[in-house]
Design a protein around this ligand. Structure first.
Ligand code: HEC
Length: 168
């Protein structure tokens, strides 16, 4: 009986010992160039989705007119371009060296034009933990957060004034 208990306890501990050794012996990918662990991308995606779904149904309180898109372009150029790229430009060195990779948001790439604007607003306000995507809830005003979210939604049909800012 005693042997049986010891066996069960050892059996239960085994996965933890294995996990500890995996990390301790340097198996865990820590460099940005390392490939993701099995399930890593899936789990990160599910967790993010579940958190956002709770409060992302909001429509934009601002219209997507030229003034707001132009203001959004100014925010983007100051705060986002280093990671998410300028209009019609190749990826920056910062973007190339990051893991996970910051998606390129402006044409010729697709960006987040498919996402509801409330989802983009949520991500820009709160950031995405452990990815390098900062939360801007404390540095941008609520109006600016919506303006830059509208800009990304309309990345493929921007007025000339906004495009000009994004080319600079
Ligand atoms: C320091 C680099 C960095 C900066 C600056 C940055 N981001 Fe990001 N962003 C990232 C990374 C990395 C991801 C990818 C996160 C992931 O894989 O889940 C990301 C993801 C996003 C996403 C989600 C994309 C998707 O496909 O779901 C949005 C939207 C976004 N960023 C918008 C912005 C906006 C708007 C700004 C500026 C106000 C900004 N980001 C500034 C690094 C950055």
């Amino acid at each position: 009986m005693k042997k049986f208990v010891v066996g069960v306890v050892f059996g239960l501990c085994l996965p933890f010992i294995a996990a500890f050794l995996f990390v301790r012996l340097g198996g865990m990918p820590v460099a940005t160039k390392s490939p993701p662990l099995p399930m890593e991308r899936y789990l990160a995606g599910v967790a993010l989705h579940a958190a956002i779904e709770k409060e992302a149904g909001k429509p934009s309180p601002l219209p997507a007119n030229e003034a707001n898109l132009l203001a959004g372009a100014r925010v983007y150029q100051m705060q986002c371009e280093d990671c998410h790229g300028a209009l019609d430009q190749p990826e920056t060195a910062i973007a190339r060296g990051m893991f996970p990779h910051p998606p390129q948001m402006l044409p010729p790439k697709k960006g987040v034009t498919d996402d509801p604007v409330g989802v983009t607003y949520w991500k820009v306000r709160n950031g995405i933990r452990l990815t390098g995507m900062p939360g801007f809830g404390e540095s941008l005003t609520d109006k600016q957060l919506w303006q830059v979210s509208l800009l990304l939604l309309h990345a493929h049909d921007l007025p000339a004034s906004a495009k000009k800012v994004l080319h600079e």
